[in-house]
Write a protein that binds this ligand. Structure first.
Ligand SMILES: [Zn+2]
Length: 463
């Protein structure tokens, strides 16, 4: 069996284009590219890497992002206040809804540039009344990697990543999965991506899977049409607001996709090659339901893996419990339970939380991400208490990645099953309901829609 070090070295070879030359590395790069296993670094070392990366980013955002600096001043915090690991909890957090509160048209471009940290390239927007998609296209043509959430539960969340920040998201995703399925991964695998084609969408969950095309040889995408914010709006219109991402996948893919996947499975069974499914569990669940009705099973026991992400809603109110899903994957496709893992990630940050194969707890990449659980007054709570997931992301260069999410979690000091160091989240994540976190959303909103002094000359408005 290949050693873990050799296994990761082979992956790094495939992902060369995501890794900057070592002489250019700063603390964020050391925290991601410089460790072999993101989930298995001794606690002391991991905390050192994490502290350096976050301190470095906090100083950058404070100095180069006028809006965030004003926000910090309002809370009387500056980089000099962050001297030791325990001080990280003082870093001012933005609420996730802040990234959902933006104006339309040309003002949307100004909003994006005000959230952005650092120098923007020249951005050409031709339309007089640009749509969200027009604005994103203009930014991305200038070399940025703006992406958004599915927006199916209300509004899209837009996050202005630059290429460097997006490269880290993609690299971390690939490394996270490959480490956890050790030693299953090899380049010569056929993968079925249960997501939109990464090169035809700005949806984060789709776009970030672009790395799959570098990590494995043969990828088939389930949804090959262009998916923009407008596509999502059209698909969802008239269907009520509370649609899930899963419903979106269903609306896009329809029934045809199920038969395509079954045909693909039959071909791969004949060839005896390795396979992997990556993406929304809903689609694979539908495939399994179909196979059960047909009384058909497969045996991919030593040569198959399933990596899911994107939520566990099947229909409006019905959730598919993770353990049931893992069981049905095993019974129908023969794929081992330790090779069926879920990933929890979100558009707002580069943190990739991944199931460990032993216990299916969500491990946190603590070399670059500082996880917190907070109550409604924005105070951190103890391990084992419920609250909202919040994090400080030491790899976000282009926006302050210090964010409170809308997800309700429970964090444990360490995994009850495996011996990887560091805290874990309990396996299933739900959206927090009801209570709003108290904060200064209105103040933040005003700061951003005003011209906070960024040179708007970066935009070239035509006519
Ligand atoms: Zn574990």
């Amino acid at each position: 069996m290949v050693s873990f070090d050799e296994y990761i070295r082979k992956l790094d070879e495939r992902l060369e284009k995501y890794i900057p030359p070592k002489k250019e590395w700063g603390p964020p790069e050391h925290a991601v590219y410089g460790v072999k296993d993101l989930y298995n670094v001794p606690l002391k070392k991991a905390k050192e890497l994490q502290f350096k990366a976050i301190k470095y980013q906090f100083k950058r955002h404070y100095e180069k992002n006028k809006f965030y600096r004003e926000f910090c001043r309002g809370q009387d915090i500056e980089p000099e206040n962050i001297k030791k690991y325990e001080d990280l909890d003082k870093i001012p957090l933005l609420q996730d809804k802040f990234f959902k509160d933006y104006p339309e048209g040309r003002d949307f471009a100004v909003w994006l540039s005000n959230t952005f940290t650092g120098d923007l390239p020249t951005i050409r927007i031709r339309e007089k009344h640009p749509t969200y998609d027009d604005v994103i296209k203009a930014f991305n043509s200038a070399g940025l990697a703006i992406s958004h959430s599915s927006g199916t539960s209300g509004r899209h969340t837009f996050i202005p990543r630059d290429k460097k920040t997006f490269d880290i998201a993609e690299y971390a995703l690939a490394k996270a999965i490959v480490s956890m399925v050790y030693p299953l991964w090899e380049y010569d695998i056929s993968a079925y991506l249960l997501m939109p084609n990464p090169f035809k969408t700005t949806l984060f969950a789709g776009k970030v899977c672009g790395v799959l095309y570098d990590a494995v040889k043969d990828v088939t995408s389930a949804i090959d049409r262009e998916i923009t914010t407008e596509t999502i709006r059209l698909l969802m219109s008239g269907r009520g607001i509370k649609a899930s991402f899963i419903r979106l996948a269903a609306a896009i893919s329809g029934k045809k996709i199920i038969k395509n996947i079954v045909k693909w499975l039959e071909e791969k069974e004949k060839k005896k090659g390795k396979i992997a499914f990556v993406g929304a569990p809903y689609i694979l669940h539908e495939v399994i339901e179909y196979l059960k009705r047909e009384g058909k099973t497969f045996d991919f026991s030593d040569r198959g893996g399933v990596v899911t992400g994107g939520g566990w809603k099947i229909h409006e109110n019905r959730r598919l419990p993770v353990e049931d899903f893992i069981k049905e994957v095993n019974e129908t496709l023969g794929i081992k339970e330790e090779h069926c893992l879920d990933v929890y990630a979100m558009v707002e940050g580069n943190g990739i939380m991944t199931h460990c194969p032993e216990g299916h707890y969500l491990h946190i990449p603590i070399t670059y991400l500082h996880p917190m659980v907070i109550d409604k007054d924005m105070n951190p709570v103890d391990y084992e208490e419920y609250g909202r997931f919040a994090f400080l992301d030491g790899t976000a260069y282009s926006y302050p990645g210090f964010i409170v999410s809308g997800d309700r979690v429970r964090m444990l000091e360490r995994c009850p099953v495996c011996d990887r160091p560091g805290p874990v989240l309990e396996p299933e994540i739900k959206r927090a309901k009801g209570e709003e976190v108290r904060g200064c959303a209105e103040e933040v909103r005003r700061m951003l829609t005003m011209d906070v002094g960024r040179d708007q000359g970066v935009f070239v408005w035509k006519r």
